[in-house]
Design a protein around this ligand. Structure first.
Ligand code: GN1
Ligand code: CA
Length: 275
């Protein structure tokens, strides 16, 4: 290809004019085998028909990753966000300024004529009363401690008088002292008196129950009937002698009807509060 390209057609014509083909060929044959391109001139043939169109090539390899793109333009304004939660309570505010003075009210009616009050004197009396109450409380505690065996509940004091008396005299003695013969109207009170009797080393005392007015109709000294509570000894009340209309309590707490002229110790009760 190289020689054909180097020697142009016009060049060949020129060469033929100066170098006859024969002499040249003889000369050429006598020489050692020379290069064809340097000794022969081959003219190109006519251009052939165009070849068939080639098949579609394979899919090319993926290209290299491109360079980082340029920064985009600033985006549009975002949507409005949701409403936030209610915040914490703030600290207590400072004290407000004093308000303006209100309008004067309607004058009140004329009061009643006053009376002289010696308040200082009353205060002094009240003070003395307080002292007296304190002294009385102290004295009462002293008496309760000294008088062996005095008993009490929320409402009453109970006191056994160690004097042998008939029922009527015993009742009188209790009343003289400001009380009455003891009236056990419930188990608690009955137990308290029974314990009192036994602790005093006694066997029996009068209590404030009798059927003097009506046989078998027992009443307390305040004339209330014995009905909700009773603690008769087994076999009692038997009205043994036919005249047993008064009631005694034994150290065990049981009741027995005895004759009212019997002289024995007795137990009085005293109310703590006057109604
Ligand atoms: C006593 O002493 P006597 O047995 O007659 C008691 C009665 C009783 C009785 C029970 C004064 O009588 O009240 O019911 O025991 N009398 C006296 O057995 O205590
Ligand atoms: Ca009896």
């Amino acid at each position: 290809m190289g020689c054909a390209k180097i020697l142009h057609l016009s060049t060949y014509v020129t060469l033929l004019a100066f170098f006859p083909l024969r002499a040249y060929s003889t000369d050429v044959e006598n020489r050692s085998a020379p290069d064809a391109c340097s000794t022969h001139t081959i003219l190109p043939g006519p251009k052939g028909e165009p070849g068939q169109k080639g098949d579609v090539g394979e899919i090319g390899k993926p290209g290299k990753e491109g360079p980082k793109g340029r920064k985009g333009a600033t985006g549009g304004l975002g949507d409005v966000g949701d409403q936030g939660l209610i915040g914490k309570f703030g600290p207590i505010g400072g004290k407000g300024d004093k308000g303006y003075k209100g309008l004067p009210g309607v004058p009140g009616g004329k009061g009643k004529p006053g009376s002289f009050c010696d308040c200082g004197r009353y205060r002094k009396v009240v003070g003395q009363l307080d002292n007296n109450v304190a002294r009385l409380k102290s004295s009462l505690n002293f008496v309760k401690n000294v008088i062996a065996g005095i008993r009490e509940t929320e409402e009453k004091f109970y006191y056994i008088v160690k004097e042998e008396r008939s029922y009527r005299d015993a009742l009188t003695q209790c009343r003289i002292r400001g009380g009455t013969l003891a009236m056990p109207k419930d188990q608690a009170t009955n137990s308290l008196i029974a314990d009192y009797i036994s602790k005093m080393g006694l066997l029996r005392v009068y209590i404030g129950i009798n059927d003097i007015e009506k046989e078998k109709h027992y009443v307390y000294t305040d004339n209330t009937p014995v009905q909700n509570f009773s603690n008769w000894k087994e076999g009692e009340p038997n009205d043994g002698s036919g005249y047993e209309d008064c009631v005694e309590m034994h150290g065990t707490g049981v009741w027995n009807d005895v004759e009212c002229h019997l002289t024995i110790y007795f137990v009085c009760e005293f109310l703590k509060k006057t109604k």
